[in-house]
Design a protein around this ligand. Structure first.
Ligand code: DI6
Ligand code: FE
Length: 410
């Protein structure tokens, strides 16, 4: 045959995770890759010819399951320093807000990140990235937000981009200048927001270091009116919009995000029904972060029933960060999403595949197994896709295909 496929993977089971719903299971399947994209998939019995006649290379995966490569759409993975001491304080009764008010919290990571060289920051971040990659993650979002000045925010975003050059993973970067008020602007939050909008964001946009803009809209973060200014600047620079909304209180942040056609609103424990309805209208997806909920011993759960009622796509992410979610396992988040928030294993897996791609605005490229999509695929030694949310602390990933290139895991 002319124009053979590059590789044909045979003897697989597929969970294609189609956008329309369901696992999209195909048993006894084959999947072909050409030029880094999925060229064919279906039952082996319906292959148009003998495998060797169809592809340059044929590989038998021995009954492994294939899912889309996993997508972690919300992380703060690039940072320096360590906050285990604050964890100890919290276990003795202090709250996250208490610690933040006394110069700890985000600001302590800002100090360490500013002090770190770019190389040191890269090395520290690589250690956290690798466990994700070994669990089948092929796309990961990384936020800035621990630099809080132009130079250090740029340093963080450069490190994030370099991680994608050095490792087999696609990195989406998000500018989170509006994460906290830095010490030099203490008591002058509005002045800091002006610098975010008029200096930092334009400099970062010019260097094309960010795909999206985010903020921490909270009583211990920024007010909706301040976030509105940041979103106006983001819109001017044609950057996508996301928001940390309603994690600790209801600020109507999700409704603001919806008004700006944000791709996602994240956390959402305290979101109101009317804001969920607004998200449905604007196509803003809901990113749930069970690691932070667990770590802060929160009790108010995000309103999954309203998300289902209004058909707002549900996404799960790690929120990997040194304060509230020192998590480097996306599979663990599937389990927590089910046990803590009441998701089904299928919803949880959709939350790190097809729906997670929507939370990054890249649903046309990755997140489902479909002809034409990028061949980013995770291979698993499991009996059923629900196993991915069921097991705790067990990694059944046996291989990863990224842009068509295979590597074995373990
Ligand atoms: N919400 C969070 O959960 C993280 N940032 C945010 O805006 C916490 C970041 C940290 O404590 O370092
Ligand atoms: Fe976060």
């Amino acid at each position: 045959m002319q124009n053979k496929w590059d590789v044909l993977w045979v003897n697989a089971h597929l969970a294609a995770m189609p956008a329309v719903g369901g696992y999209g299971i195909v048993k006894n399947a084959a999947l072909a890759v050409k030029d880094g994209r999925i060229a064919w998939l279906g039952e082996m019995a319906s292959l148009p010819d003998a495998p060797q006649a169809l592809a340059e290379e044929v590989h038998d995966v021995g009954g492994a399951w294939m899912t889309p490569g996993l997508i972690d759409c919300h992380t703060h993975l690039v940072y320096a320093g360590n906050r285990a001491d604050e964890f100890a304080q919290r276990m003795e009764g202090k709250t996250y807000a208490d610690i933040a008010k006394t110069g700890g919290g985000i600001i302590s990571t800002v100090r360490a990140t500013r002090e770190a060289s770019e190389e040191a920051l890269l090395a520290a971040s690589e250690k956290r990235l690798l466990p994700f990659l070994n669990e089948g993650v092929t796309t990961i979002e990384i936020k800035s937000g621990y630099g809080l000045d132009t130079e250090n925010e740029i340093k963080m975003l450069r490190v994030a981009r370099r991680l994608g050059e050095l490792h087999p993973v696609s990195i989406c970067t998000t500018f989170l200048g509006a994460h906290a008020v830095p010490p030099e602007f203490a008591g002058r939050g509005n002045d800091y927001i002006d610098v975010v909008c008029n200096e930092m964001l334009p400099a970062i946009a010019k260097k094309k270091l960010a795909d999206a803009v985010d903020g921490f809209c909270e009583n211990i973060g920024f007010a909706p009116a301040q976030m509105e200014k940041v979103f106006n600047a983001a819109t001017k620079h044609k950057l996508k919009i996301k928001l940390h909304a309603e994690q600790l209180s209801d600020q109507n942040g999700a409704a603001l995000a919806a008004r700006f056609k944000a791709i996602s609103a994240d956390h959402l424990e305290y979101v109101s029904e009317s804001s969920v309805a607004a998200m449905a209208q604007s196509g803003t997806v809901a990113v749930l972060l069970p690691g932070a909920f667990y770590m802060l011993r929160e009790t108010k759960k995000p309103p999954v029933k309203w998300l289902r009622k209004y058909n707002v796509p549900i996404v799960i992410a790690s929120d990997c960060n040194p304060g509230t979610s020192p998590v480097t396992s996306l599979l663990l988040m599937l389990n927590m999403g089910c046990v803590l928030f009441g998701l089904t294993p299928e919803e949880a897996l959709r939350g790190v595949t097809c729906n997670a791609a929507r939370a990054l605005g890249i649903a046309g490229e990755v997140g489902t197994l479909e002809v034409g999509r990028t061949a980013d695929i995770a291979l698993w030694d499991i009996a059923h896709p629900a196993d991915l949310a069921y097991n705790i602390g067990y990694n059944p990933c046996v291989g990863v295909i990224r842009h068509g290139n295979y590597r074995a895991i373990q």
